[in-house]
Design a protein around this ligand. Sequence first.
Ligand code: HEM
Length: 423
Amino acid sequence: PAPPACPHGAGAAGAPPAPELFTWEFATDPYPAYAWLREHSPVHRTALPSGVEAWLVTRYGDARQALADARLSKNPAHHAGSAAAKGKTGIPGERKAELMTHLLNIDPPDHTRLRRLVSKAFTPRRVAEFAPRVQELTDRLIDGFIEEGKADLIHDFAFPLPIYAICDLLGVPREDQDDFRDWAGMMIRHGGGPRGGVARSVKKMRGYLAELIHRKRENPGDDLISGLIKASDHGEHLTENEAAAMAFILLFAGFETTVNLIGNGTYALLRHPEQRAGLEASLAAGESALLATGIEELLRFDGPVELATWRYATEALTLGGQEIAAGDPVLVVLAAADRDPERFADPDALDLSRSDNQHLGYGHGIHYCLGAPLARLEGQAAVATLLRRLPGLRLAAEPADLRWRGGLIMRGLRTLPVEFEPG
Ligand code: HEM
């Protein structure tokens, strides 16, 4: 697509010209463009590749404020160009369905009620109890390629791990999980727009989940779907539609994000040998502290969610000195905020031991990532096990030859070819 015009991108006198956004180079390395925006046009109006005009918020302070501002709604009905834009903001193929009433599309008080209900079922304790299963899955996937001495860590590892993990947690029987893997694969391949295959996959997933919820209501188990059905608050329960939308958003929000945490994170480690050696030494000594701060740092350094999901101004407001009109879409650029030198010392350096690290990789405010404990569990298990079991792990491609997906919200690699000493 032709590069979008940047009418407000003139910047200060003498500043270098505004960078082109959403190009090939930008998808590969957006950070120089974000540095320019933070400095010269921190709340920046631009045309997105879809043609929709939106504000990009790139400074840490403004980003945090925007994420917590109740005047910025998640409900697409607040978009001034609502009818025109509707198909471009939601999950592909899902927009006409009941599944739209999920956490990332609603505001309080509905959001408060649904989030409280789901939090009763999706507890940190449930996630902690799931740790042995995540380790088993991680090992099983590595067993699948360890003898070959090479792998594509996206296709063979980062992609299947979260989908099997979430299916297990939800209570999708093992024999059906490969269907989910196929549907999810369709969605991640065509994640940018509503095409036939995606719509069909979403429809199949929706049908399957509705039926599963029905079965679990009759015959509950110890899984998250049964927990969602049972959860009650002041006598209120989730309806079957709400439970289906919730299961769907857990799958959808927890899948590609985690693929990219593992992919981007491993890639960053492979490109920073000293940091990686420090982590390996710490793991070999049986310590876990550097792994924990390290996963947070990998999220800050090159996180999976480049832009937070859409927000719309419900009234005119001022953000970072910029007037925003009612109905305007506002996109908070988490990847730019997390490299803001005003907030992070030496922000372009990867420092796995960084302790002052209030990054925005999981968002902030009432929509803060509900799955963060699960993502941390998966990220830590994945990185630690790859380093432990694959000695000599190295990139088997030139960084310049790697391809990034270039979607608007997510940032992630298409493939991550590696070599190692066969086990
Ligand atoms: C929300 C990031 C993994 C479930 C969010 C948001 C971010 C985020 C930035 C806020 C979006 C916004 O405010 O517009 C991530 C990252 C992950 C990850 C970086 C992996 C590394 C997961 C997992 C799950 C999950 C594993 C569940 C299984 C959710 C849900 C929300 C959410 C349900 C919506 C919460 C709400 O609106 O109240 N996530 N996420 N996420 N995430 Fe995650």
